[in-house]
Structure formats: structure tokens, C-alpha cells
Design a protein around this ligand. Structure first.
Ligand SMILES: CC(C)(COP(=O)(O)OP(=O)(O)OC[C@H]1O[C@@H](n2cnc3c(N)ncnc32)[C@H](O)[C@@H]1OP(=O)(O)O)[C@@H](O)C(=O)NCCC(=O)NCCS
Length: 191
């Protein structure tokens, strides 16, 4: 079974249906407290508004085992308002969830998702450049738990300091990644 559970074997792609969002919801419940996590309605709203920002990791049976879910906002950092809205003219991708099924944690899934996510946002900008229209994305922004800052910093994010946004009872940190900087050699292209 071990080789069936390597992060490299997972398929990374955008979610394709509301059923896939429903399948992701139990992961959100397992990963976040009631105050922190999104409701199913909120996840469905984000998927309907911004399917290009909902990236999943799927196992060989097609089951979702992890995801990153976001909306676009005008503000440069994560704001409370952004949790509930998507602004298609916003140039900040506000990441609400980086979540991996408990069974798959510690196998590099989140690291792989983060790299693929950054690549896919840069590719999205390139497509807009070719088309000559549309809102380019300037940065990725998220709130991180203190113990996870090394995970995000290794994925290219910069920690700005403690966030002023209240989420549950924990202290959160603002992290950003500028999409206009050189992607470097670690970026992974989406399959
Ligand atoms: C946080 C989370 C997404 C990590 O997913 P994952 O697939 O297990 O992460 P990876 O295997 O890619 O871990 C990469 C690195 O992240 C760090 N890391 C992961 N989980 C960690 C934890 N709970 N505490 C401290 N560091 C952690 C480690 O440095 C790890 O590197 P190592 O393998 O060399 O030790 C996952 O635990 C999860 O879904 N948690 C619940 C939801 C959540 O808290 N999301 C993040 C909100 S900021």
C-alpha cells in the first residue's frame, strides 16, 4: 500500500463539480475548528464564483485528499470580508484553506499543492497576457498558524507579522507571495 500513498502519485487539478466540493467538506471539518472553517455553503459559493482558485489533490481512485481554496479580493492581505466574497476585479488571491486529509498528512501533499498552486496562478496570468484582457493576479495572501510558517516560507511565502484579523482563538500570521517575482526552479506545473 505504501506506494499508493505517495504524494507524487496524486493528480493535482481544479475541482470540476459541486459533488467534488461536497467530498472536500469533511476534510475542512476535520482540519479546522468550527470558528475557523468554512461552511459547505461557503465552499460551494467559492467554487461557483472562482473554480480556477480551487485546486484539489486526488488519489488513484479519484477521491479528494487535499485542496487549496481561495477568492480574489482588492485588499493586499486577507480580510474578514474576503472570507465571504469573491471580487473578480481583485488582484489578491486570498487563500482560505490549505487542507489535507488526516490520513494523508505528513507525506508532502500540502507542499506539492502549494507549489502547484503558485504555478497555476502564474500560468493564469500568462493566459490573460496572451488574451490581452482580464484581471491579472498580483499576489497570494493567507493567514498561517505560527507552527506552519516554515511550511509556507519554504513554498516561497514571506511572513509579514501577526494578522489583525480575528479567526477563532489562535494567533495568525499574514503571509504573502508576489506573483511577479521569479518563480525559481521549484515550481511544479499542473497536470
Ligand atoms: C497543515 C497541513 C495542510 C499540512 O499538510 P501536509 O500534507 O501534512 O504537509 P506536508 O507533508 O507537505 O508538510 C511539509 C512541512 O510542513 C511542516 N508541517 C506540516 N504539518 C505540520 C504541523 N502540524 N506542525 C508543524 N509543522 C508542520 C513540516 O515542516 C513539514 O516538513 P517535514 O515533512 O520536513 O517535517 C495539514 O496538517 C492540515 O490539513 N491541517 C489542518 C488544516 C490546517 O491547519 N491548515 C493550515 C492552516 S494555516
Amino acid at each position: 500500500m505504501a506506494q499508493l500513498e505517495a504524494a507524487g502519485d496524486l493528480e493535482l487539478r481544479n475541482l470540476r463539480s459541486e459533488d467534488e466540493v461536497r467530498a472536500a467538506y469533511p476534510l475542512e471539518v476535520a482540519g479546522y475548528s468550527a470558528e475557523e472553517g468554512a461552511s459547505l455553503e461557503s465552499m460551494l459559493y467559492r467554487f461557483r464564483q472562482a473554480p480556477h482558485l480551487f485546486l484539489g489533490a486526488f488519489d488513484q481512485l479519484g477521491a479528494i485528499v487535499g485542496y487549496i481554496m481561495s477568492t480574489q479580493v482588492a485588499a493586499p492581505l486577507v480580510t474578514h470580508a474576503s472570507m465571504g466574497t469573491h471580487d473578480p476585479d481583485g488582484s489578491t488571491v486570498c487563500i482560505h484553506s490549505v487542507c489535507v486529509s488526516p490520513r494523508w498528512q505528513g507525506k508532502g501533499v500540502a507542499s506539492r499543492l502549494l507549489q502547484a498552486y503558485t504555478s497555476s496562478m502564474r500560468e493564469y496570468n500568462s493566459r490573460l497576457d496572451s488574451a490581452g484582457s482580464g484581471r491579472r493576479l498580483d499576489r497570494l495572501a493567507m493567514l498561517s498558524r505560527e507552527n506552519l510558517l516554515p511550511l509556507y516560507e519554504r513554498a516561497g511565502y514571506t511572513t509579514l507579522g501577526r494578522s489583525s484579523q480575528p479567526v477563532g482563538t489562535e494567533s495568525w500570521y499574514d503571509c504573502v507571495l508576489d506573483l511577479h517575482t521569479d518563480p525559481g526552479q521549484t515550481a511544479e506545473t499542473l497536470v
